[in-house]
Design a protein around this ligand. Structure first.
Ligand code: NDP
Ligand code: 8X3
Length: 250
């Protein structure tokens, strides 16, 4: 992993931040992306070393290409892309859900991930080498009540991952996805628009995964020999059987 050039979206928080810390400790050269500039700056200071910061909203097609194309030449040869940026917005039945929440999820989790992939691909294709790891979710594998659009967005990530793997197969670029269950991050706080009482309930008694535990699995996906591709990895807290069967500590 030493000197490997790795682009991580959503590095300001949660899983992306944890992945960045792990790779930085292994001597990788990071391109840290997110919208919250201050958080990225603090992270870069904490990590030490020389890392590039890119501030953009993945939903903004032009901004995605502009940011990635602005990288200095030596950082353009991205060897590993971690497509992590994403969130859920709201948790409501279709009939009463907010359309702006839907746009945020489809535009960010799906189209944003696709834009970043498209922007990074030319150099990987040119080098005929690289790896892409997408953040799906258990929500990509099963749908749960009031989660239809978030689950749809993650199912799209799952299928995009599979299609991309087929398209890049002749070039030798590895493509895979990791699908975590409950991970305690800012995720639920964002989903419930700052309602801490509601977001804390999600994890109560669940011994949810930590961002570091998911990061360890991502590191594993990145460290297997080049002839091995971890294509699809589901990781759950032991107390979670699937997207909606939970054995909570009472
Ligand atoms: P966090 O809310 O802690 O982190 C989300 C990250 O995504 C932030 O860094 C945020 O950065 C970035 N992000 C969100 N929207 C955008 C956007 N439009 N443009 C650019 N960056 C964006 O959540 P997690 O760490 O938990 O989530 C990371 C990924 O893991 C997501 O794709 C999520 O769907 C997935 N996941 C999470 C699970 C969980 O239970 N927590 C389980 C399964 C999958 P900023 O706000 O600075 O832009
Ligand atoms: C996040 C997992 O089940 O809370 O993708 O939606 S879940």
């Amino acid at each position: 992993m030493k000197n490997k050039i790795i682009l991580i979206t959503g590095a300001t928080s949660g899983i992306g931040r944890a992945v960045a810390s792990r790779f930085a400790s292994m001597g990788s050269k990071l391109i840290l992306c997110g919208r919250r500039k201050e958080k990225l700056k603090i992270l870069a200071q904490e990590l030490g070393g020389s890392h590039q910061l890119l501030i953009f909203d993945v939903r903004d097609k032009k901004a995605v290409f502009k940011a990635i194309n602005s990288l200095p030449e030596d950082y353009k040869k991205i060897e590993l892309l971690i497509n992590n940026a994403g969130n859920a917005h709201g948790m409501d039945p279709v009939q009463s859900a907010d359309l702006d929440d839907w746009d945020a999820m489809i535009d960010g989790n799906v189209k944003g991930l696709m834009y970043v992939t498209k922007a990074v691909l030319p150099s990987m294709v040119n080098l005929r080498k690289g790896q892409i790891i997408n953040l799906g979710s258990i929500a990509a594998k099963e749908v749960y009540p009031n989660g239809s659009v978030y689950c749809s967005s993650k199912a799209a990530v799952d299928f995009f991952t599979r299609g991309l793997r087929i398209d890049l197969n002749p070039i030798g670029i590895r493509v895979g996805a990791i699908h975590p269950g409950l991970v305690e991050t800012e995720f639920s706080e964002v989903r419930f628009k700052g309602d801490l009482e509601r977001s804390e309930k999600v994890y109560k008694g669940m011994q949810a995964l930590s961002a570091d535990e998911v990061a360890d699995a991502i590191i594993y996906m990145a460290q297997v020999p080049e002839k091995v591709n971890i294509a699809d990895l589901v990781i759950l807290p032991t107390r979670q059987a699937n997207a909606y069967v939970n054995n909570r500590i009472k």
